[in-house]
Unconditional design. Sequence first.
Length: 182
Amino acid sequence: MKKLFIILIFFSTISNVSASIKENIIKKFTDIRNISFDFEQNINGKIENGNCIIEYPKKIYCKYNLSNQKVLVADGKSLVIKTISSYYFYPLKKTPLDTILNKEYLLKKIKNLEQRDVNDDFINFNFIENENEINLFFDKKTYNLIGWQTVDIYQNVSITYLSSIKRNQKLQKELFKLPQQN
């Protein structure tokens, strides 16, 4: 009987620790208005890096460290990827970023999802939205969003890792103005 009691206390403690990690992630993510970060992105083995600023809801500006001066901008409705020689325009809702940049939607999802521990360092939440598989990763100690992985309907795997994260900075509103085509 004593062993059963100790086992129940052990599992209850583990459950409470997991719940508190999830609650802390939700609280910290709720308090974010914007984040800026450096990133490394791997799309089917092709690695690119640079820095981004996300302003919730649904705005992002990324400048890549590439010779073609690649920039990605979303203004809440549309997404533009521009380089020296190309210009791509997409409705934001047709991309996985539409979900990733929707903080309120992500918070609802996280509240209803089971968390998965990845190694001893990360917490993962996985779901499918508009035929895209989305994995969100949070640091277990800081509760910061540290990356995401998407698998789109064409089975393209895109992994984005965030570092040097800053929260709630003062931003210039024109930053999210879509660049014009040359």
